[in-house]
Ligand binder design. Structure first.
Ligand SMILES: [Cu+2]
Length: 172
């Protein structure tokens, strides 16, 4: 089997790269940094054009700090969001291992393969907020947090809190 011009080119290119790395050890770190930046930029471009979710780091966790499941409260309801193993960043800021909160009210249907729409039941906190106050009608409601990446898409794997049920009493 004869070598195609492309194979020869690849061989020449990798050899040149090796020689460059070996003969210029001072620049080894710079090379690695440049490669890492290029890799990250390429990954972000692919995410953007293909609507790919950003990867969630292992051990990341989203949870509701307040209210608690089963709470009976008088409105307005103060809701506090918790996030562990990742950082909160505003929407539009493309940084690995960050995201912003979304609050799902009364169990809306969610398409995890798309950026989340903004509706009465899917509230975005794209400013990086970690708490909010809700005016909920008296009665029983469910609340659940869902983290989204810089383009409002759930991470892979999706990071959701437990779904809690609260009862809102009518204000006197
Ligand atoms: Cu969002």
């Amino acid at each position: 089997m004869s070598r195609s011009p492309l194979t020869l080119f690849r061989f020449a290119a990798s050899t040149a790269f090796l020689i460059g790395t070996i003969t210029l050890p001072v620049h080894a770190d710079t090379w690695k940094d440049l490669k890492d930046v290029a890799k990250q930029q390429a990954a972000q471009k692919a995410e953007e054009s293909l609507n790919l979710p950003q990867a969630a780091p292992a051990g990341a966790k989203v949870y509701l700090i307040s209210p608690k499941d089963g709470d009976i409260v008088t409105g307005p309801v103060h809701v506090v969001f918790g996030l562990g193993g990742m950082g909160v960043a505003p929407a539009g800021v493309n940084q690995p291992n960050t995201g912003h909160h979304h609050l799902l009210i009364d169990s809306p249907t969610v398409d995890f393969a798309q950026p989340l729409p903004a509706t009465d039941q899917i509230k975005h906190f794209g400013g990086g907020q970690t708490e909010t106050t809700l005016n909920l009608a008296p009665g029983t409601h469910t609340l659940q947090l869902l983290l989204g990446d810089w383009k409002h898409q759930p991470q892979n794997p999706a990071l959701m809190s437990d779904k809690i049920t609260i009862t809102v009493k009518a204000a006197k």
